[in-house]
Design a protein around this ligand. Structure first.
Ligand code: CP
Length: 349
């Protein structure tokens, strides 16, 4: 029978009572221990118990979700807690974030009241707030997530913000570790793929950071106009150097994928064309052949497909690859539950 885990002090000190906004807030030993525990939880070698008994966790959504909302709700319930999902605007009042705002517009309530009020009921608050893809500096400022962090008196958990999706990044690394056993020096490709419209950079940012924090060799394959934010790329480079991995950029998808162990398909928007939707969409039309298909997978003979989902079939990845034996996309989503249970049990113990 699995025994209830008493956590080592080092990992408790690292996570207990802390917000979880980015993997960059934690060091490699802490993140490694988190993955060890998540793997042990998943395989029933330890029982996390019900450390959330008597506790409630808010799940505040400004944007849609299938996986994050469901897996967080189940994680909280399985740990004995009460999940409180709230969709802002339809299930709550619309919120204002501008300091000093004269609130004559649509917003009924300011974050300066909303966050302290929620903190008085809840033991942690998860927040999902996507980028608006209009003004990059505004998205990069993480106005919504930062305001929740500033005005809440309980830990705040990033459920995907404008620039980061750390639960996804860690869940993905957990999946790679489960498949290969080790993470150092794994050859992974983050492959930009076509999509009808520009998407946020949160997943590519978080996957690139997490992969290099765990010592992998990362190739970012993208058209020339689709590089990561240079500041984020510098963080990825620093992280690779500190953890014994590497990062490089390739503008040739086939060259990048030769011999890869993982091809992580994902689309994102061009920083050069940020907020210029029509021109951006015109630009990406040139890259409709950036798709993960059987021929691309054959270049990575030992390679697996990953994608955070949702995925546009036969635009980003073909049916036969998604449905084939080298696809990890369902396992990736399933692992979010185990990762999140571990994280919640550490933060709220
Ligand atoms: N990958 C992911 O976060 O999925 P959802 O947007 O459905 O939550």
């Amino acid at each position: 029978m699995a025994r209830v885990k008493s956590f080592p002090r080092t990992i408790l000190d690292a996570f207990k009572g802390r917000s979880f906004l980015s993997t960059l807030d934690f060091n490699r030993p802490e993140l490694s221990e988190l993955l060890d525990l998540a793997m042990q939880h998943k395989h029933g070698r330890i029982d996390p118990g019900t450390p959330l008994t008597g506790k409630a966790v808010g799940l505040v959504f400004f944007d849609p979700s299938l996986r994050t909302r469901t897996s967080m709700t189940i994680a909280i319930q399985q740990l004995g807690g009460v999940p409180v999902p709230l969709h802002v605007g339809s299930e709550t009042w619309t919120l204002e974030f501008r300091e000093g705002a004269v609130m004559v517009g649509e917003s009924e309530e300011h974050i300066r009241e909303a966050a302290p009020v929620l903190s008085s009921y809840l033991d942690a608050i998860g927040v999902r707030c996507f980028s608006r893809l209009q003004d990059y500096e505004q998205d990069k400022a993480e106005t919504v997530l930062s305001a929740f962090e500033r005005y809440s008196s309980v830990p705040v958990i990033n459920l995907e913000s404008s620039t980061q999706h750390p639960l996804q990044g860690l869940g993905d690394v957990l999946t790679i570790r489960e498949k290969f056993g080790t993470l150092d020096q794994r050859d992974v490709v983050l492959a930009w793929v076509h999509h009808p419209r520009p998407l946020s950079m949160s997943v590519p940012n978080s996957f690139s950071l997490a992969a290099t924090q765990y010592g992998m060799n990362l190739t970012i394959a993208c058209p020339p106009e689709y590089g990561l934010d240079p500041e984020v790329f510098k963080q990825v480079e620093d992280s690779a150097q500190a953890n014994g991995g590497s990062v490089r950029i390739s503008h040739n998808l086939e060259e990048a994928c030769k011999g890869a162990e993982v091809i992580y398909a994902r689309s994102w928007g061009s920083l050069d064309f940020y907020g210029r939707l029509e021109q951006e969409v015109e630009l990406r039309q040139q890259y409709r052949d950036w798709i993960v298909d059987r021929q691309l997978m054959s270049l990575a003979s030992r390679g697996y497909l990953m994608h955070c989902l949702p995925v546009r079939r036969n635009v980003e990845v073909t049916d036969e690859v998604l449905d084939g034996p080298r696809s990890l996309v369902i396992q990736q989503s399933a692992n979010r539950l185990h990762l999140q249970k571990t994280l919640l049990s550490l933060i709220l113990r």
